[in-house]
Design a protein around this ligand. Structure first.
Ligand code: ZN
Length: 462
């Protein structure tokens, strides 16, 4: 049982039940789990490996609850730069339809490398196109090699243009094949145990790209096996109009109608939700993946995150796909979540009308979204904080960066308020993924070269 002793961090942020922040803190880790978290002087003095984190801040690994790794191949595509969601999708679907299995593998490693360098240790991904023989297996194998925990969502699209859906018929799948592949993946890869590196999620893409029948059958299959459910919901006003016209419901009402609510369900976005819908989320235990960069990039709106939190809803953070972010930096996303929540508070006009000024999201709340909040959204009580019994997933950032100069009276706030800085160390279950700022599990220059070659090919054929 290998042991790892981490000590002398300038600040250890535990996110434990008391939200302890410990100067000179450290961890004692055995077999991938935290045995002790506290002042370095109280930890054992010997271990198989010792890491001295003088001059660093030490935090629980960040958790990303929504992404589309493959979209790293189509960042900043000229024709999709200035489009809202529906036009952006229609521009990109034909390009994505050219992907091959090796592109899924490469883009997964690219996205996870970026995430790891921003302190992320667990990521959920939503893959809903399987062109040219691509499979979710390609993504799972790439993630296992890179070493981050993965909640791999078996996405799907079945409602093509000819049936009133948004995607072209060429990228949608047969529903029986979707369900058979979903079952195969659960049986092959899903690990329900504490410390799991791989979990499977069933994730029909959105109300406008699958049938209600596929949503119902996916939920029945997921619940038979105890796996979670995920989809995009209430992202834009266009979607609201689409759902009202086609189904006679607002998006959240439609999910309720389909039985798609519960503690095993989380929705990406939830920008356009009203008071009753927030109450429904709380009452049924649905979670939300907040993706502020994407919501800004696609002009979708500002999600009511403080209202969701005040309403008792589980909220986590996601970078969303790299064609609508166009980055996979989770610290930057937490910073943006804090800033955009403040913008929403300012735009509410409450102070102008003489009411009390609305609360502003704090740096600690933003960090909580990306750690404990995301863990609860994914159904992981073994992640999100550094305390005995939790997975040994952490990251550390050097505090001598130029961008933090003048902010070290509160290093945690510096991480959120100041220019985002890369992780010096990212560790998953005791395994070093980033050490001294360098990725340990992949040859980064070769990966970038391979990735750019694949991206060029996809766009050249356009
Ligand atoms: Zn998305």
């Amino acid at each position: 049982m290998p042991t790892l002793l981490v000590r002398n961090a300038d600040l250890l942020v535990t996110m434990d039940d008391q939200r302890r922040e410990i100067s000179g803190g450290g961890l004692f880790i055995q077999d991938g789990f935290v045995l002790q978290a506290g002042p370095s002087a109280e930890l054992p003095t010997e271990a198989d490996e010792t890491l001295d984190l003088s001059g660093h801040i030490l935090l629980p690994g960040l958790i990303n609850t929504h992404h589309h790794f493959y979209q790293t191949l189509t960042r900043a595509v000229p024709a999709a730069q200035n489009a809202n969601l529906f036009n952006w999708l229609k521009t990109l679907y034909p390009i994505w339809a050219r992907m091959r299995p090796e592109d899924i593998f490469t883009s997964t490693q690219t996205a996870l490398a970026e995430l790891a360098l921003s302190g992320c240790t667990t990521a959920s991904d939503h893959l809903y196109l399987f062109p040219n023989g691509s499979r979710l297996d390609d993504e799972i194998h790439a993630a296992r090699e890179l070493g981050l925990r993965l909640h791999a969502s078996r996405g799907s699209m079945s409602l093509g243009e000819s049936k009133g859906g948004l995607p072209p018929d060429s990228v949608v799948e047969d529903e029986a094949a979707i369900l058979a592949d979903s079952q195969r993946l659960i049986e092959a890869y899903h690990d329900p145990n504490r410390g799991a590196m791989t979990r499977i999620v069933l994730a029909p893409c959105s109300p406008f790209s699958v049938t209600g029948d596929l949503m119902r059958q996916s939920a029945a299959l997921a619940r038979e096996y105890g796996v979670h459910l995920h989809t995009h919901l209430a992202e834009t006003q266009d979607e609201e109009v689409f759902c009202e016209q086609l189904f006679g419901f607002r998006p959240v009402g439609y999910m309720d109608h389909l039985g798609w609510v519960g503690p095993d369900v989380w929705f990406a976005h939830s920008v356009h939700v009203n008071r009753e819908e927030i109450q429904l989320y709380r009452a049924t235990g649905c979670g939300v993946a907040h993706c502020p960069s994407s919501n800004m990039r696609l002009a979708s709106g500002i999600a009511p995150i403080l209202d969701l939190l005040a309403g008792g809803v589980k909220v986590g953070l996601g970078v969303d796909g790299s064609a609508s972010n166009d980055s996979s930096n989770l610290i930057a996303e937490a910073r943006l979540a804090m800033l955009v929540a403040r913008l929403r508070a300012g735009l509410s006009g409450a102070s102008l009308s003489g009411e009390a000024a609305p609360p502003l999201m704090t740096a600690r709340q933003a960090l909580e979204l990306a750690t404990l909040g995301s863990a609860s959204v994914l159904g992981r009580d073994d992640l999100g904080s550094l305390q005995p019994g939790k997975c040994a997933d952490f990251f550390a950032v050097r505090l001598d960066h130029l961008g933090y100069a003048g902010a070290l009276h509160d290093p945690l706030a510096a991480l959120l308020f100041c220019d985002p800085q890369p992780a010096a160390y990212t560790v998953v279950g005791g395994r070093f993924i980033v050490r001294e700022g360098q990725l340990q599990t992949v040859d980064l220059p070769r990966l970038v070269e391979r990735h750019n070659r694949a991206a060029r090919r996809l766009l050249q054929d356009a």
